[in-house]
Design a protein around this ligand. Structure first.
Ligand SMILES: [Fe+2]
Length: 381
């Protein structure tokens, strides 16, 4: 049994952020809360969006204090502001953190209590329309049903269940993303796609979109890093991020993201970096279960197989390909990030506690997870 969703409508193309105000008005909104972070709120994209909202006659309340891995208390503060201001729409402008924060705030708009009460719970009074203006190509959050929030009481990542109403993918809004951020978010896209293809319950629509997302990432990420102003490459990466988002919304991500969430919560390393470091070893693990799916990942990357490879060899080839790609993008190793091997292995129990672990294609023992973490450390220097 499988199913696939049709989630959030998307407008894409250069210059489309100027349509924001009119699009929000079409949704019936009159007073909106803009959710963003400090860096983005000082950029031209933010100013253009605000101008467009005001020009359409909308009242604007600004909440621009979102930090990476948005913590629960921040979402609760946003929720209180949204209620006090009686807003009837939410606009996220930013990357994954503002987008996920906007979802968390939306859960609180028409409901009592704190966001923590709604983790994993889709049964709440629906909120208001949420429009996402995407400024980094990575999470695909505009097209997924989850918003990842940090549960500060338990120091773990958790999720609210919420869909966006409309996404705007304008490559001009991503031109100022620096190379490092572009690389990290691009590798997050790659991981979403590769994990979706190798999911516990494979999904034909997910596979199609995820293969194309990998294709686009491999072809365009180096170009966008070399020249941040390459609008075609930026546009392709936004589509890749969106396609991978749609793909994993149905097929779900698994071991790589369970590891990424556990490592991220403990060491506060950027999500995309851990995804990139986990992915080669996760592909080796996946090849042991269904090598044909890992082959699809490899083919989407441009790896040519002779057809004579064993499952183990397929896993190795794809793992090596991903490591080489990540190296070329200057993705740092755990060692370079100042993490000791022993410390990394200590997060093993957290991997099993992460919600994404529920979706692994094959259960693992504690010792097996330790081997995977150790290999992540040793095989990428
Ligand atoms: Fe991710």
């Amino acid at each position: 049994m499988g199913r696939y969703a049709q989630t959030c409508p998307i407008i894409y193309g250069a210059g489309t952020i100027s349509l924001l105000g009119e699009e929000v008005k079409k949704l019936g909104c009159s007073k909106v809360m803009v959710v963003s972070d400090k860096i983005v709120s000082e950029k031209q994209t933010y100013a253009t969006c605000k101008k467009s909202l005001l020009a359409a006659g909308l009242e604007v309340v600004e909440f621009t204090e979102i930090i990476p891995d948005p913590p629960d208390y921040m979402i609760n503060r946003g929720g209180e502001l949204a209620k006090a201001e009686k807003i009837d729409g939410i606009i996220a402008i930013g990357g994954g953190s503002p987008m996920d924060a906007a979802k968390g705030i939306n859960v609180l708009v028409n409901n009592p209590g704190t966001v923590n009460q709604y983790f994993g719970n889709p049964f709440y009074t629906p909120g208001v329309p949420v429009v996402m203006v995407v400024t980094t190509a990575g999470t695909g959050s505009e097209s997924t049903s989850v918003g990842v929030i940090t549960d500060t009481a338990n120091n773990v990542k958790n999720s609210v269940i919420c869909n966006a109403t409309l996404g705007i993918l304008d490559p001009e809004a991503t031109l100022t993303a620096p190379p490092e951020l572009t690389a990290q978010t691009g590798m997050d896209t790659f991981a979403h796609a590769a994990e979706a293809i190798t999911a516990k319950i494979p999904n034909p629509k997910s596979e199609l979109l995820a293969s194309n997302a990998i294709n686009k990432v491999v072809a365009n990420l180096p170009l966008a890093i070399a020249d941040g102003q390459n609008i075609e490459a930026r546009g392709e990466l936004l589509l890749a991020s969106n396609f991978a988002g749609i793909a994993f919304n149905d097929a779900l991500v698994h071991l790589g993201h369970a590891i990424a969430h556990a490592v991220g919560a403990k060491f506060h390393i950027t999500h995309g970096i851990v995804c990139a470091l986990a992915l080669p070893e996760v592909m080796k693990y996946a090849a042991d279960i269904n090598e044909q799916k890992v082959k699809i990942v490899g083919e989407a990357m441009g790896i040519r197989f002779s057809g004579q490879e064993s499952p183990k060899e397929i896993g190795e080839l794809v793992a090596q390909g991903i490591r080489g790609f990540a190296k070329n993008l200057d993705i740092k190793s755990f060692e370079a990030l100042g993490i000791a091997r022993k410390e990394l292995l200590e997060i093993t129990p957290l991997v099993f506690k992460d919600a994404c672990y529920n979706f692994v294609p094959k259960e693992l023992t504690k010792a097996e997870v330790e081997v995977i973490l150790g290999n992540m450390y040793d095989n990428y220097k």
